[in-house]
Design a binder for this molecule. Structure first.
Ligand code: SER
Length: 580
């Protein structure tokens, strides 16, 4: 049986309800691009909100971590992974959590006790030593010498603020060497397989730690690693999670995995993550910002490595790999089957787009790669040939060269600046790619976003937007079809603000400061670290690359032409600006 089924069955037998995996793009958390842990979608409930499924939950959650995207290619990093977890929301606490972790590892997965070791929280000036966990492990048969006490590593928090608490991590001895008598968490032969977090605190912006209303348990087990351990393989990509995907790549390239590991791992990993992102109900498409930019980087990097393996890029190689992944996972994630056509389209279209320029771009790169790459050249590769800066960096590092990232960012910023100026009419039709009309629509999306918060619900958040010369489209979170009254009052409020002739002001600040100041942003944009925050009156403040009009009176008359469902919990408004 499969690890996901074993895990869920076990916790269901202990009174847990299985909850579905949340989408990879967090519903209402602009501080991260993707869900990075199983607990992330559960934060409101860990903070005290009652969960509709009760107080004992379990699931497998789709997670994406892109901070080490450029490390993919080794034997154990993945950008996408599944995290198994069980939760107590103010129900059981340390004793039961540890007992069940132990039972699952030793009785269901049949891991011998000698191969296990654990850590517990040593304590700090604010929080005491975790005696309860320590004693529990001991009572279950874990030797005292296999219980390490550690400090910072054993206090878990997702980011800077939020629910948190001491944790107890479980390790497996992954080696044929003799098992050392004393467990040393720094010894790499011990690999972490599971983490029980006892979430009983909340940490605020000032670092103050207070007790949460309820004591919770949050556990997380990385599936890929655990499967590799259970199957006794050192390279995750040779476990049953990946094996048949790698086989497809071997068939397409007519090359063996051995000797071509790096490129094959990158292709397998990046296509899998791209499949999950583009199948997500949030409807992400490749672009130059936020999640869309990650998707673009993943696909383009996979293409580059496919080329390295000599795969004919024009063939349907990417579909064959994606289809294998969809076939493997759709039993667990229905959206893969439902959105299969979209996924295959996204991959193919992005491939076609990049394929037009990659060849020339690579030639251009070869021409300039006799010394470190300056910012202007890196920007040229980005702007003209569609090379994400990280791709240029990777190409450069393969030749032992550096890329001037700061120079690239300056150039990028300058380009945005030019787009803005162009849109203000000084260089009409010229450099930027944002026409006057598009600029107007851009500002109108900010007004609409602010208006919906007042007329529909303060919980409305932008989920996406798309602008052409002719119209704007705006997606937002909302649990119901807008009534005629809601539509009318939204339209009226936007027009009221337009008629009031309010200045649109902009301010540069550090990304962190912008978020702290309460500026809204749909995703934390990749570029640059210094962001522009646009404000309109006291009702709209958004982190945004611009460009925008100077005053709302430039917008004319705003009209909603359509309101419809976009995806689960997301509505879409199409609107136009008319001359007054
Ligand atoms: N939040 C913890 C982790 O990510 C346990 O789920 O490891």
């Amino acid at each position: 049986m499969n690890l996901k089924d074993l895990f869920i069955d076990f916790f269901v037998s202990k009174g847990h309800k299985q909850i579905p995996s949340a989408p990879v793009v967090p519903e209402n958390d602009p501080s991260v691009l993707f869900n990075t842990a199983g607990m992330q979608p559960l934060i409101p409930y860990l903070m005290g909100e009652p969960h509709p499924y009760g107080t004992r939950l379990c699931d497998y959650q789709k997670c994406i971590r892109t901070n080490d995207l450029d490390n993919i290619g080794d034997s154990y990093h993945h950008t996408f992974f599944e995290m198994l977890g069980n939760w107590s929301l103010g129900d059981y606490f340390k004793e039961e959590a540890i007992e069940w972790s132990f039972e699952f590892l030793t009785k269901v997965l049949n891991i011998p006790v000698e191969k296990l070791a654990v850590t517990v929280y040593e304590g700090s000036d604010k929080i005491p030593f975790d005696q309860v966990s320590h004693d529990k492990w001991l009572s279950l048969g874990i030797d005292e010498k296999k219980i390490a006490r550690t400090k910072d590593d054993n206090f878990w928090i997702a980011g800077e603020t939020g629910p948190c608490g001491p944790d107890s991590e479980m390790f497996y001895f992954r080696s044929d060497d003799e098992i050392p008598e004393v467990f040393d968490p720094e010894d790499e032969r011990w690999v972490e397989i599971w983490n029980d977090v006892f979430m009983q605190y909340y940490k605020d912006e000032n670092g103050n730690i207070t007790e949460l209303p309820k004591k919770n348990v949050d556990t997380g087990m990385g599936l890929e690693r655990t499967v590799a351990i259970l199957e006794g393989v050192d390279d995750n990509y040779t476990s049953s999670v990946w094996k048949d995907v790698i086989e497809v790549i071997e068939n397409i390239s007519k090359l063996p995995y051995k000797g071509n590991e790096k490129s094959m791992r990158i292709i397998a990993d990046h296509i899998r993550t791209s499949v999950f992102i583009s199948a997500d109900y949030s409807g992400i498409k490749p672009s130059n910002v936020g999640q869309g930019y990650i998707l673009r980087r993943l696909i383009r990097r996979a293409i580059r490595h496919a080329k390295k393996l000599g795969i004919d890029i024009d063939s349907n190689w990417e579909s064959l790999i994606a289809e294998k992944i969809i076939e493997k996972y759709s039993k667990y994630y229905k959206e893969l089957e439902d959105n299969k056509a979209i996924v295959l389209d996204v991959l193919k279209n992005e491939k076609i787009r990049f394929n037009r320029t990659i060849e020339k771009g690579l030639k251009e790169f070869e021409k300039v790669a006799n010394k470190d790459i300056d910012g202007i050249t890196a920007f040229h590769l980005f702007d003209t040939y569609g090379f994400p800066i990280e791709l240029t960096e990777e190409l450069a590092s393969e030749k032992g060269l550096k890329v001037d990232i700061e120079g690239f960012n300056t150039k990028f910023k300058e380009h945005q600046e030019l787009s803005r100026t162009a849109s203000q009419g000084q260089f009409k039709g010229g450099l930027g790619g944002h026409s006057e009309k598009e600029t107007m629509y851009h500002t109108a999306t900010h007004l609409l976003n602010a208006a919906l918060k007042k007329t529909v619900s303060k919980d409305v958040h932008q989920k996406g937007s798309n602008i052409t010369e002719e119209r704007m489209r705006f997606d937002f979170s909302c649990d119901h079809k807008l009534t005629d009254e809601e539509k009318q009052s939204t339209e009226d409020l936007v027009n009221k603000w337009i008629n009031e002739g309010i200045d649109v002001t902009q301010e540069e600040m550090k990304k962190e400061d912008a978020i702290k100041s309460g500026a809204e942003c749909m995703f934390i944009e990749k570029y640059p670290d210094i962001v522009t925050v646009y404000s309109i009156g006291d009702f709209s403040k958004e982190l945004c690359g611009g460009p925008h009009v100077k005053n709302t009176k430039e917008l004319g008359h705003f009209k909603i032409v359509k309101e419809e469902a976009s995806s689960a919990g997301v509505r879409r408004i199409k609107a136009i600006l008319e001359d007054k």
